[in-house]
Design a protein around this ligand. Structure first.
Ligand code: ADP
Length: 159
């Protein structure tokens, strides 16, 4: 049987329990998930690409069918390069829908064979985003309910 690989792209600045929830769901359905950090040099990030990749790798250690990577340029080119046509994205609230539809539709225009598959996280992660984590971190708040322990440690060390 053909192995189904799917790419889960994002900024992951930093990885949260919401991202990990989506990865767990996707990993039950697809044979191999490539979680890939999008390298966007003009965007300001809290963590470098190397740090974001390292935090993801630590969070996903032991998950046999999940690998971590990074990419620059168009997602459609990256996906083709990985010999797949499946993209994973997460949908939190209705507010995500417009942005996600725009990206999915644009990717489909560029690469008609591409399929974007959306997963819904468990309710408690519906309002969780990396930017909320960054905001709490900025003011020295406790992020331990939102990110894995090693990420909370890296955040605490930044203060
Ligand atoms: P962006 O690509 O906008 O920088 P992220 O890197 O934070 O966003 O997220 C990548 C993907 O994961 C997006 O599809 C986003 O909607 C989804 N995502 C982020 N946080 C959560 C969450 N708490 N629950 C479900 N999906 C999420």
């Amino acid at each position: 049987m053909k192995k189904r690989t799917a790419v889960y792209p994002g900024s992951f600045d930093p990885v949260t329990f919401g991202h990990l929830d989506i990865i767990d769901r996707a990993a039950k359905i697809f044979d191999h998930i490539i979680v890939s950090v999008f390298v966007h040099s003009s965007k300001k990030h809290m963590f470098s690409v190397e740090e974001r990749v390292a935090m993801l790798k630590a969070a996903l250690k032991g998950k046999k069918n999940v690998t971590v990577d990074c990419f620059e340029g168009l997602l459609v080119d990256y996906v083709k390069n990985k010999k797949t046509d499946i993209v994973i994205r997460g949908l939190r609230a209705i507010s995500d829908l417009e942005y996600e539809f725009q990206i999915a539709a644009t990717n489909r225009t560029l690469y008609p064979g591409i399929e974007t598959v959306f997963f819904m996280p468990r309710q408690r992660y519906t309002y969780l985003s990396s930017s909320i984590v960054r905001d709490i971190a900025h003011f020295g708040g406790d992020v331990s309910k939102l990110v894995p322990p090693h990420v909370a440690k890296v955040i605490a060390a930044r203060k």
